[in-house]
Design a protein around this ligand. Structure first.
Ligand code: AMP
Length: 436
């Protein structure tokens, strides 16, 4: 099925062609016609599946082909949980709608409200917003929501996690009764189902993401390591992957700063984004990362949410997330739209429980690979219910048949290997051995 078969109009087909998109992704195939036909939609899809185009394309088409008297009013509202995502969705609307007359704009907190009020006064057709700022703007009578025809609730699961649902409901009360509502969520938990029931009217269901599955195009590896040596190992991995960019996840804002600072000291261009950084800083760091100026972007879960960085090849979990679902979201930053991606998780012994929760949720056993010179003192235990993959593979017993990749160079004592890894950071990559 082509974009043409989906009934998209020429101005859209031509911008898709310019983007280099050849065929619609499954979520696009499942959603575009439904939205064009005016139905409500509940779609389960992770970021990286092409879901932004799945709703922006039909919205643009509906608004451009509407009767003249409807034009020039704010007719589509897209609510999204983070500032970054709001900016990126607006960028997509601009890209796909470049051959139309539609005006779009994104509003979010963390920046001055005055300039946003000014732009809104000039009139726009499509507004992308985070809930808090939209309510502020509405209170200041800077935005009129009475002509909204299409209402999109993006990343509904994250809205829920971040406590935004009361705000979303307040916003919804300000919209006209008759409208089309589209809801997107990475998961379809009981809470999301309940929310869908209250917000959607006889929706079509599209499910392209098997729940909590991790994208097949992402290869995943766990690297067991002592907690105290993670930073050192990260520098070795970063130096080894100098030609590619990586998004590194930490659990805390402080941790993100520390990692970025340490990488910079080691001569690796890195910056951190998290909730304590100003919006200007976050925008700048994201721009520099996208342009390749930064090799590494260190982020916390919330700051990274929805980041759309084309063809990001590598995600590194410096620390595992407390919530297993966040692992799925984190690694969804790579392996997007058909590209291969890799996710490395540096896991210390105290994180074994978190790792097992992730493996259980995503119904997989992630390969372990030890890095020469960074082998932990105690091996990372496998999940209890894990079936032994071959005879003699003892739980947590490295000596009993766990697969080892022999390094091609002379094997040395741990200490020597570690020194070598440090001194050869630029020229030789870390050598891995499979532990599972
Ligand atoms: P999203 O899931 O909306 O965050 O999109 C993920 C990435 O896929 C973005 O970089 C899009 O530009 C890209 N993309 C969306 N649709 C297509 C398509 N049909 N073909 C190729 N790439 C696409």
């Amino acid at each position: 099925m082509s974009f043409q078969d989906l009934g998209l109009i020429k101005p859209l087909l031509s911008s898709l062609y310019d983007q280099g998109y050849k065929n619609p992704t499954p979520i696009q195939k499942g959603s575009i016609q439904t939205v064009l036909a005016g139905h409500d939609l509940m779609a389960t899809a992770q970021t990286g599946t092409g879901k932004t185009a799945a709703f922006t394309l039909p919205i643009i088409q509906k608004l451009t082909t509407a009767p003249k008297e409807r034009r020039g009013k704010l007719r589509a509202l897209i609510l999204t949980p983070t500032r970054e995502l709001a900016g990126q969705i607006q960028e997509s609307v601009r890209k796909y709608g470049k051959n139309t007359q539609l005006r779009s704009f994104a509003v979010f907190g963390g920046v001055k409200i005055g300039p946003q009020i000014k732009v809104l006064k000039n009139g726009i057709d499509i507004l992308v917003a985070t809930p808090g700022r939209l309510l502020d703007l509405h209170q200041q009578r800077a935005v009129d929501l009475r002509d909204i025809e299409v209402f999109v609730l993006d990343e509904a699961d994250r809205m829920l996690d971040m406590g935004f649902i009361p705000d979303v409901k307040r916003i919804r009360e300000k919209l006209p009764e008759k409208k089309q509502t589209l809801m997107f969520s990475a998961t379809f938990s009981g809470n999301i189902r309940e929310l869908a029931e209250t917000m959607l009217n006889d929706p079509e269901l599209v499910d392209v993401a098997p729940r909590n599955s991790t994208a097949k195009s992402v290869s995943q590896t766990v690297i067991p390591v002592e907690k105290a040596r993670k930073l050192e190992l990260l520098k070795v991995i970063a130096a080894d992957n100098q030609h590619i960019q990586a998004l590194v996840f930490t659990k805390t804002k402080h941790g993100a700063n520390k990692v970025a600072k340490s990488l910079n000291k080691a001569g690796i261009r890195a910056d951190a984004i998290h909730g304590n950084k100003s919006q200007a800083h976050r925008n700048r760091a994201l721009k520099q990362f996208k342009s390749g100026e930064l090799a590494i972007l260190v982020a916390t879960d919330i700051a990274s949410r929805g980041l759309d960085i084309n063809q990001l090849p590598l995600v590194i979990n410096f620390e595992l997330p407390h919530v297993a679902e966040d692992y799925v979201h984190r690694i969804g930053r790579t392996g997007r739209a058909g590209n291969d991606g890799h996710a490395l998780s540096l896991v210390s012994h105290d994180e074994a429980k978190l790792l097992h929760a992730i493996e259980k949720l995503s119904n997989q056993n992630i390969d372990r690979e030890e890095i020469e010179g960074f082998e932990p003192v105690n091996q990372l235990p496998f999940r209890k219910e894990r079936k032994p993959q071959r005879e003699g593979t003892g739980q947590g017993d490295r000596s009993k048949g766990s697969k080892r990749r022999r390094p091609s160079r002379n094997r040395r004592s741990n200490q020597n290997r570690s020194n070598q890894s440090r001194s050869n950071q630029k020229s030789a990559g870390p050598r891995r051995r499979k532990a599972a």
